[in-house]
Design a protein around this ligand. Structure first.
Ligand code: SF4
Ligand code: MG
Length: 272
């Protein structure tokens, strides 16, 4: 029997507003499948976002949701988790929202190791606001604000998260749709701050400027560059040139922030 996605959708919210060919809907389905596989209860699950095309996602899902200010998803989500540590807290957003305006919140959420999952949809551009370059736009690629090519090196979101202290980091792509739910489910089950970067496509503002003729061509590029971590172990540095590793890239254990904060409250005499 076909999976019934619509039972997880907030009544009356479909159709969504994403452009035809946008990868965000694929990620939303992956998140819904992950939530279903873990049997997460709607009233015990909060999805928090900032601003941007990707940040529209919580509006479609029928659970506790917060659509907050630009770049501030991690700050709001931290408040939710500290107030209600029993909640499953999932952040969603794009690369501009998460690594530029929200970059500081992102690295400090990684550092704190608070038990939440951050899904970053990286389509290499600010989609909603007109295709400006983001910290993830690759060098030389075009955006509305870099019409002659971006001079900056793009962030590697996974390395940034690992360097800042996230204890679970995974990467998938919108092309590999059937892996997204497994990566997200493993991230949600991890105790600590987990980051899932999904390489995504924005045909409207990124694709056409960078000479992708179709959504299929953009998807094929994701297929071609992605190498699962296990397969990469058997490849040479030369073969890995221009490739991107996918799968679970990093998983360690470290004290979790809510539990450490509870000890501080205890030392201070408890909640009076
Ligand atoms: Fe998706 Fe890009 Fe359209 Fe935004 S502008 S909905 S990111 S395709
Ligand atoms: Mg983006």
């Amino acid at each position: 029997m076909a999976f019934d996605y619509e039972k997880f959708i907030r009544p009356g919210k479909l159709p969504h507003i994403w452009c035809p060919g946008c990868g965000h809907g694929i990620v939303m389905k992956g998140l819904i499948r992950a939530m279903d596989s873990l049997n997460l209860k709607k009233e015990e699950t909060a999805i928090v976002s900032g601003i941007g095309c990707a940040s529209r996602l919580p509006g479609y899902i029928d659970c506790c949701t917060l659509h907050t200010a630009h770049g501030r998803a991690a700050a709001f989500a931290t408040g939710v988790k500290l107030a209600k540590p029993e909640m499953n807290v999932i952040l969603v957003g794009g690369d501009g929202d998460g690594t530029a305006i929200g970059g500081n919140h992102f690295i400090h959420a990684c550092r704190r190791n608070i038990n939440m999952t951050y899904i970053i949809m990286n389509n290499y551009i600010y989609g909603m606001t007109g295709g400006q370059f983001s910290p993830c736009t690759p060098t030389g690629h075009k955006a509305s604000t870099t019409p002659y090519g971006n001079p900056d090196p793009g962030f590697d979101v996974a390395k940034l998260a690992i360097g800042a202290g996230a204890t679970f980091v995974a990467r998938g792509t919108a092309f590999h749709a059937n892996q997204i739910d497994k990566l997200i489910a493993e991230a949600i089950q991890h105790k600590g701050f987990s980051v899932v970067e999904i390489l995504d496509d924005c045909p409207t503002t990124y694709g056409r400027r960078n000479k992708f003729k179709s959504v299929v061509e953009m998807m094929n590029r994701l297929k071609e560059v992605a190498v699962p971590v296990k397969a990469a172990e058997k490849m040479t540095a030369e073969q890995l040139q221009g490739k991107v590793l996918t799968g679970v890239l990093h998983k360690v254990e470290r004290p979790e922030y809510c539990e450490e904060y509870a000890k501080v409250i205890e030392r201070a005499g408890g909640n009076k």
